[in-house]
Design a protein around this ligand. Sequence first.
Ligand code: NAD
Length: 440
Amino acid sequence: MKLAVAGTGYVGLVAGVTFAEKGHNVTCVDIDEDKVELMRSGVSPIYEDGLEALMRKNYKAKKVEYTTDYKSAYKDADAIFIGVGTPEQPDGSANLSYIATVARQIAESIEKDCLVVVKSTVPVGTNDKVEQFIQDFLINDVRVEVASNPEFLAQGSAVHDTLQAERFIIGTESEWAENILKEIYEPFNIPIVSVNRRTAEMIKYASNDFLALKISYMNDIANLCELVGADIQDVAKGMSYDKRIGSKFLNAGIGYGGSCFPKDTQALNHLAQHNGYELKTIQSAIDVNEKQKTLLYRKANDRLITFNGLKVAVLGLTFKPGTDDLREAPSLENVPLLLDQGADVVAYDPVGAENFSKHYPEGKLSNGSIRYVSSVEEALEDANVCFVFTEWPEIKETSAELYKGLMRTPLVFDGRNIYSIDVMETAGVEYHSVGRRISN
Ligand code: NAD
């Protein structure tokens, strides 16, 4: 089939390239000319394992192309997927202006019957409006319908999550639309759950917010564990054997970040309020997460009195490993607090430092300073205290002896619970984590 994809971010680019890999002819559209140039040269504008190789292979085979010329990409497409952003607005609602722009561009470009498929996460009922909006602005006499096909990939494993997806959700209002989507996804050989459009939109929020709730629940329990002398990791292990609970998303830490959970909890909460309903569970997940993000900073502040003049090693900047994305990362909340207090921050992240330096350029900042280094060892050298914000493999593999040997004072605050307390203790490292005892 001839497909077009609007937006080449984590969702759009991965969708476009995997559609090409499965035999469709795909044109990926973005408004960002630099991005398009980069992709044409075989370079991915985002970091995702395996993505660049698939981009090059399918570009060479002429199965995928990249352009800013939306008119020619949309005019004769069988289906157009929308994967542009829907960021959070100050009141918590989703900003639908990018979707509206693409909808208008589609209406003014299509010259044949076309299914518009919204992959972006949008509040329930949005796609009804998008369909009406496109029909209002249509220039040619063609059939156009809108389907919902929410995306469930996780950043860091986006290609794998698409090619080996657990299910595809398609939300349609006609057999015509349902059949087109089934044909597009047929080569993936993955179960398809076919529902109506509003239900598909709700499945996305209900799924993401459930995961956010699970994380906040474990963090809440972790905080109580600390007060009553229980160990959250053992608690999680004990819980994980129960198939009704499952073993995933039970890790306590410094809260969820990223471009999805924070905004999708806010958006569902907003939708509920708008409909006169109080979604107490989701509000609690949001509240717990907000507090959790600076938990370690507060603990360290208590322990040290001040960070003024201290060399602070920061290991990990991205919101999770496997991605260069910093959106809503705990590092973005903690580093400014440290700088305000006069800390000299030395930060290491294997891929996130460049993006972080756009927010916090190297040099003197606020009352302190920040410097980016290319290894864990350089960050730890002579440090008075270390924070772990992201569990990148090389950070996980850092030995207790290295902390002890390199730091001026071996004092570690681990926001991801990646080390054994006993091992840290034996090596002589003062080790604080989340929901567990402090090493002696
Ligand atoms: P992103 O910000 O990484 O990418 C959006 C892209 O759209 C950008 O490259 C931007 O330049 C482009 N764009 C903006 N206006 C455009 C237009 N008129 N035409 C063409 N391109 C345009 O966004 P993302 O992280 O890929 O998220 C997209 C949507 O998918 C959001 O609704 C998000 O909630 C949802 N989602 C994201 C993830 C994820 O892990 N990132 C997972 C599931 C769902």
